[in-house]
Design a protein around this ligand. Structure first.
Ligand code: NDP
Ligand code: 13P
Length: 341
């Protein structure tokens, strides 16, 4: 079955990019956003002035502030609001869904109380509906410029995977499939923490060897955490893992990297976050992952160091230096376990 109608819940930069590709692919697309001025601007000037002011949008894209108008009859509903609002927003329409309507989260964050990923929140709210996750190295502003990019659709439901692959694929956007929902989603959430650390490293003018060390040890730390939570670490080798880690740790287009960079330059966390005007999920994810790592006794020196910098005013220089002074460690723990060094 192909997608005849799609809804995108959220009016930020990534939601707008997804909605625009769907409309370009001649799918009837409704984007729900809470700001009537932006909805009006999308419908009349084909512009999202707040989040993607330089991108002309497809005239067939419909923006609305009425949730019912967006979701009614939609074959797939993409959820693209910051993680702290996903439950509230989806709860407001969950009871109105038909069982065949699929939900796909693009949100890279964690719900703290029970350490739930967004697909788990969707499954809890909409137990009868197929659920998927879209994640990968997908800086919205690059995709908006139609620069080549790829992503991953992860779901246990093969129809959902195929529908999203055909609905979103185009000459500049390629969609790969995975059935490891948890691994794809966990890596998308975790990499935001390490983008903040990479921002420190860049602002402090450290060399390319240091940057490479940080990114590679970030992957080691992410996969150690994933294994402790029962996820498949092999998924971290794909686009949603290494791919997203590399782009977010390297690009000033990443909001998380920019937060880290600003702190590395000496700004406070509040100053860094306030100057963004967009969501940097890694700040909260860092708090939740640090607590989980402490609870489960998982060795995560970068997470612990970054937490001290963001929330206790430690010097960002100490995060990279902390790696140099730890116990002698294994390069790839799947090849040489830490216990056998
Ligand atoms: N931008 C990117 O490159 C990518 C982002 N993502 C992920 O997608 C998710 C969304 O990101 P992105 O689009 O960039 O975010 P933005 O910060 O660009 O926009 C957030 C959007 O959510 C809306 N919003 C905020 N709070 C609420 C609420 N309580 N109810 C309804 N809508 C709300 C905002 O509306 P308002 O303007 O009215 O505040 C805005 O439209 C994040 O988890 C992010 O990690 C994933 C891949 C790439
Ligand atoms: O997830 C992203 C790219 O894949 C976007 O990263 P930021 O949220 O740091 O901008």
């Amino acid at each position: 079955m192909k997608i005849n109608k799609a809804a995108v819940i959220g009016g930020g930069s990534f939601g707008t990019v997804v909605a625009n590709i769907l409309a370009d692919n001649e799918i009837e697309t409704w984007q729900w956003l809470r700001d009537a001025t932006i909805a009006e601007s999308i419908n009349t000037h084909q512009k999202n002035d707040k989040y993607l002011p330089d991108t002309p949008l497809n005239p067939a894209l419909n923006a609305t502030t009425e949730l019912d108008e967006a979701i009614q009859g939609a074959d797939v509903i993409f959820v693209s609001v910051p993680s702290r609002y996903v439950r509230e927003v989806v709860s407001s329409f969950a009871a109105k869904l038909m069982p065949q309507q699929a939900l796909v989260s693009t949100t890279k964050g964690i719900e703290p109380e029970r350490f739930l990923l967004m697909s788990q929140v969707l499954e809890e709210l909409c137990p009868a509906n197929p659920v998927g996750v879209l994640s990968g190295p997908n800086l919205a502003k690059e995709i908006a410029r139609r620069e080549l990019a790829a992503t991953v659709i992860a779901s246990k439901n093969s129809d959902l995977r195929r529908n999203v692959q055909s609905g979103l694929s185009c000459s500049y956007f390629r969609v790969y499939a995975s059935d490891d929902l948890y691994g794809v989603e966990l890596s998308g959430a975790l990499k935001n923490i390490y983008a903040i650390v990479s921002g420190f490293v860049a602002a402090l003018g450290m060399g390319e060897n240091s940057r490479s060390m940080i990114i590679t040890r970030s992957l080691a730390e992410m996969s150690r955490f994933a294994v402790a939570l029962g996820a498949n670490p092999l998924t971290f080798l794909g686009l949603a893992g290494v791919g997203d880690l590399v782009v977010t740790c390297s690009s000033p287009l990443s909001r998380n990297y920019r937060v880290g960079y600003a702190i590395g330059e000496g700004k406070t966390l509040d100053e860094a976050v306030n100057s963004l005007g967009e969501v940097a999920e890694g700040v909260n994810t860092l708090r939740y992952v640090r607590a989980k790592a402490a609870e489960l006794d998982i060795y995560m020196p970068l997470v612990m160091g970054a937490y001290e910098v963001l929330f206790n005013g430690a010097d960002p220089r100490l995060v990279a230096q902390g790696l140099m002074s730890g116990d002698h460690a294994s390069d790839v723990e799947f090849a040489l376990p830490r216990s056998e060094i």
